[in-house]
Every structure is written in structure tokens, then in C-alpha cells.
Design a protein around this ligand. Structure first.
Ligand SMILES: [Zn+2]
Ligand SMILES: [Zn+2]
Length: 227
């Protein structure tokens, strides 16, 4: 293998590091890189040797500055005219969503630190993939999240909740198969739960946060609830 090839391999290492936001591991190279990790081991005598050759300090993790990660969220939000999802970051952003999980613990936490409201102006496309955390309590349970429906059928509307919060929203038998007035009752339950987690209890904020089909419904439910 010639010098050109070595140079290209080192460049590939840099490109991957840029994308990941930190020094790549051999697994990341195999998953996403342009060469196999074993090629680096053969060519440079080891993975850490290749990293050193590329100018990275193997034991000292190289990272994209946190400000750069946050700026990229703001940049993407301007382009999309709404808070980006992690999937949109993967598709269109400069960094991988996974880098944000590593750095901030969750996508929504990164969004908050960027000064944005998680999933502001929720669009249907934001629901292609379940979000990371329950809309109510913010937990990200290993068991995954339920999709709670406010409206079924073609124009379905709803939001992702953890099992516990989902049960709380349907508390008192407020289910479509059980009570024709369930929708108002469920929104009232939601508002009571929401008030435990957030100070932001305006009608528009609650309507958009939980993707409720009507502000009027939220306003009526709100007036029935002792806040
Ligand atoms: Zn929850
Ligand atoms: Zn439900």
C-alpha cells in the first residue's frame, strides 16, 4: 500500500471523527467508516497507532466542542422552522443524533440546552419514530413508550407517553370503549398530571406539547380542573 492510501485512510479517520463528534472506536469505524478497522491495524500496526498517526490522542477523547453541537441544533431549527428531531439531525445535520445522546443524555436535553422547546410545533413527521422520552414525565423507560391517541383513524393525533403516565391519563375509566365522555375526562387527567411537571400551563402550550387536536377542548378541560 502506498503513501496515498495511508493518507486517504487517515483522512477517512478524520471525516468519521467529525461526523461522530469524537474519536472513533473500531466498532464505529466498521459500522460507518470508509475502511475496516482491521485495515488500520494492518497498515499502522494497531488502532491506537492509527489514531496517533492521525493526530488524535488515543487515551484522551477528542470531542467536538459542546457549543458546536448546540449551534448545529439551532441552525437546523432555523432551516426546518421547527425544533429538529434526532432523526432529522441524522438525515440533515452535521453530526449524528447519537453524539448528542452521549454528550447530553437525551435528545430533548440537548434541545433544551440549545434554548429550544423540545418538539415545538409538532408535525406529523415528528411521530414517524418514537421520541426518546415520555412527553409528560420525561422518563425514557427501557420498555419503550406507548402512543396515546386523542383521535383515531386517518387523522390520528396523539403523543408518546410512558406506561405509568398513559395509565394516569386514562384513570377513572376514561377510555373510548368505556365512557363516551372519555376525551374530556382524559384531557382533564392530563392537565392534572402536567401541572405536576411543568409551570407552563397555558392552553396553547399544553395543546401543542401533547398534540391535542383542539385548543377549545383544552380550554374547557382546564376550566373543569382545580389548578
Ligand atoms: Zn411518563
Ligand atoms: Zn391512550
Amino acid at each position: 500500500m502506498g503513501e496515498d492510501r495511508r493518507e486517504d485512510m487517515l483522512d477517512a479517520l478524520h471525516r468519521l471523527a467529525e461526523e461522530l463528534g469524537e474519536t472513533p472506536t473500531t466498532t464505529e469505524m466498521n459500522d460507518r467508516g470508509e475502511y475496516w478497522a482491521s485495515q488500520y491495524q494492518n497498515e499502522f500496526g494497531g488502532w491506537n497507532e492509527a489514531l496517533r498517526e492521525a493526530g488524535f490522542e488515543p487515551n484522551q477523547v477528542w470531542k467536538v466542542p459542546t457549543d458546536d453541537l448546540l449551534n448545529e441544533i439551532r441552525q437546523l431549527a432555523r432551516e426546518l422552522n421547527q425544533t429538529p428531531t434526532k432523526e432529522q439531525m441524522d438525515d440533515r445535520g452535521e453530526y449524528y443524533g447519537r453524539s448528542y445522546l452521549k454528550r447530553f443524555g437525551s435528545w430533548n436535553e440537548a434541545v433544551r440546552q440549545a434554548g429550544l422547546e423540545p418538539n415545538q410545533r409538532i408535525s406529523q413527521s415528528a411521530f414517524r419514530e418514537p421520541p426518546d422520552a415520555c412527553r409528560l414525565c420525561g422518563d425514557a423507560p427501557d420498555a419503550g413508550l406507548d402512543f396515546h391517541h386523542w383521535r383515531y383513524g386517518e387523522n390520528k393525533a396523539g403523543c408518546y407517553l410512558c406506561r405509568t403516565c398513559h395509565d394516569d391519563v386514562h384513570a377513572g375509566g376514561m377510555r373510548p370503549d368505556n365512557d363516551p365522555g372519555w376525551l374530556m375526562g382524559a384531557v382533564e387527567n392530563l392537565i392534572r398530571c402536567h401541572a405536576k411537571y411543568s409551570e407552563e400551563t397555558s392552553v396553547p402550550a399544553i395543546t401543542s406539547r401533547y398534540n391535542i387536536p383542539s385548543e377549545g377542548l383544552v380550554a374547557s378541560a382546564m376550566s373543569n380542573v382545580e389548578m
